[in-house]
Structures are given as structure tokens and as C-alpha cells.
Design a protein around this ligand. Structure first.
Ligand code: NI
Length: 139
């Protein structure tokens, strides 16, 4: 079993109220778990600041498949970086719109470069990079 460190923190009343409100809004009913998640979130953010750190990412792209060459370009970029791409899923949202979800694992710097290349393609309507972690360095 993990050893537990206990410490108390001092907060201004206003900040403490805001924290309780934030917890409620985000489904926490336990301060310790809320604080643990905030700490983990910051640690993962730090992992991404190190270009060489191994990280995991989920990239979503919404685009119109009728846009000239776009599907081919998006596929070509993924082939060029096949070492990073773990999997991708394509969903036809309606007659025109597609959602592509690409899961990647590799060095943070490389993933950011590939993600930006995909996101910045003309006619990609919306995209988002979820920057997460392999979980190896977190408890
Ligand atoms: Ni489609």
C-alpha cells in the first residue's frame, strides 16, 4: 500500500469558498481527491513542457470530406509519422462532416509538431489536442 503524507494548508476564506464551489461543479465531494487531481494535472502539464518526455495525446479533427484532397493530406501526415500514431478512428457525422480521432504516443515535441500540422490544414473546421500522460510517473 502507498504511504500517505498528511499536511494541512491555509487558505483565504474567499479562495477556500471558490475551491469548494469548483469542487461541487466538478463532481468532487472529497477535498483530498480534488487536490490530488489538481496536482496530477499540473505534473502532466509539466511533462509536456519537456520536448523529449514520452507522453500520450488524443487529437480530434472535424472536417468536410468533400474538401479537395483534405482526407488524403490528413492520412499522408499520419503515415509520415506512423511511429507516433497508435490508432485512428473515423466517424461520418453526417453526409458531409467527418470526425477523426487520432491517438498518439511519443515525444512531446514531436507530437505537438504533428498535431499542429494536422490542425492547421485549411478546411479543418475544428480540432483539439488533449495532452495526457502515459501514467508511468504518476501515482
Ligand atoms: Ni467520413
Amino acid at each position: 500500500m502507498e504511504k500517505i503524507a498528511r499536511f494541512s494548508i491555509s487558505l483565504e476564506i474567499e479562495l477556500s469558498k471558490k475551491f469548494d464551489l469548483w469542487m461541487k461543479k466538478n463532481g468532487y465531494n472529497n477535498r483530498s481527491e480534488a487536490i490530488r487531481d489538481l496536482i496530477r494535472d499540473r505534473l502532466v502539464e509539466d511533462e509536456w513542457k519537456d520536448e523529449e518526455k514520452e507522453v500520450v495525446a488524443i487529437l480530434s479533427l472535424v472536417y468536410n470530406h468533400e474538401s479537395r484532397d483534405l482526407s488524403e493530406v490528413l492520412t499522408a501526415i499520419q503515415h509520415e509519422n506512423y511511429q507516433l500514431v497508435l490508432t485512428s478512428t473515423h466517424i461520418h457525422l453526417d453526409k458531409h462532416n467527418c470526425l477523426e480521432v487520432i491517438i498518439m504516443r511519443g515525444q512531446a515535441g514531436q507530437i505537438k509538431k504533428v498535431a499542429n500540422k494536422l490542425l492547421s490544414q485549411r478546411r479543418v473546421k475544428h480540432g483539439r489536442l488533449v495532452m495526457t500522460t502515459t501514467g508511468k510517473n504518476l501515482v
